[in-house]
Design a protein around this ligand. Structure first.
Ligand SMILES: [Ca+2]
Ligand SMILES: [Ca+2]
Ligand SMILES: [Ca+2]
Length: 178
């Protein structure tokens, strides 16, 4: 198992535990979906519905694949198995990535502005400086935009445990330690 991937997984678990009770459950994903949709005021109803659906599918897949003791909650130990057989999550992660990146492109031109990207990533809970570093790592255009497909690929890489030294590692490294 790659250390980079485990650190990425650990961060996602922490951010997804929205109600802070130490494990994941359906409520966490409802709260996260509401927070993310709220951060996309320019997006249309269809894109917002797709985002909510993607979060629900995400939860359903996790609970089907990882809830070993079938108590309807996922502990961190249960969650870490996500890196052992990532192929079981490809479709769900792909749908999630498409929904999130599409939410970041309200005018449908295939391009995402920095402030829109920042708003969505901050809503998920990533650190401000790390979000900026990630956007820069994606190689924005002179107009300071990235493409939807770049972001989709970046999200898939983030969840791929075989990937190291990827743009998404900016989200887990360099975080200010007070
Ligand atoms: Ca929780
Ligand atoms: Ca469980
Ligand atoms: Ca756009």
């Amino acid at each position: 198992m790659q250390t980079d991937a485990l650190e990425r997984v650990r961060l996602v678990f922490t951010l997804f535990d929205r109600n802070g009770n130490g494990h994941l459950e359906a409520e966490d994903f409802e709260i996260m979906a509401a927070d993310v949709v709220e951060a996309a005021p320019e997006s249309g109803a269809a894109a917002k519905d797709a985002m909510r659906s993607a979060f629900r599918q995400y939860w359903r897949t996790l609970v089907e694949e990882l809830d070993v003791d079938r108590d309807g909650e996922i502990t961190f130990d249960e969650y870490t198995a996500v890196v052992l057989s990532p192929e079981r999550f490809d479709a769900t992660i792909g749908a999630f990535a498409e929904a999130l990146a599409t939410l970041g492109d309200p005018d449908g031109d295939g391009l995402i502005e920095r402030h829109v990207f920042h708003a969505l990533m901050a809503a998920i809970g990533f650190e401000r400086a790390n979000i900026e570093a990630l956007f820069d790592a994606f190689g924005p255009s002179v107009a300071d935009q990235i493409t939807v497909s770049t972001w989709v690929a970046g999200i898939k890489d983030y969840y791929n445990p075989t990937k190291t030294d990827i743009a998404g590692d900016h989200l887990v490294t360099g975080a200010p330690t007070a």
